[in-house]
Unconditional design. Structure first.
Length: 94
């Protein structure tokens, strides 16, 4: 069974997993650090923590939506090119 799974052809999932899990975490951490630096002069204590979290969460959600839109357009473009006989092809096809 595992031998058959090893021979499976298709797109790799490593890049998709990286984009789905690691990129949003990195975006959130960077946005949180940036929000802290921007808001530190204006707010303090719990207000700073809450405002920084909400700003970072909003930026992260925006990044996730943009990544999904870009990926959807890129996937649709590749499918269209494959139907026309050029562009990226699945593994195992020549």
């Amino acid at each position: 069974m595992y031998e058959n799974l090893g021979k499976t052809r298709g797109p790799g999932v490593a890049w998709a997993a990286f984009v789905a899990f690691v990129v949003p975490v990195l975006v959130f951490l960077a946005a949180l650090a940036g929000a802290d630096a921007l808001l530190r002069k204006r707010l303090e204590g719990r207000a700073l923590t809450l405002a920084g979290f909400l700003l970072a969460a909003g930026i992260t959600l925006t990044a996730i939506v943009l990544i999904r839109l870009i990926r959807a357009r890129w996937t649709a473009s590749n499918r269209k090119q494959q139907k026309q006989g050029f562009g990226l092809r699945p593994r195992g096809h020549k």
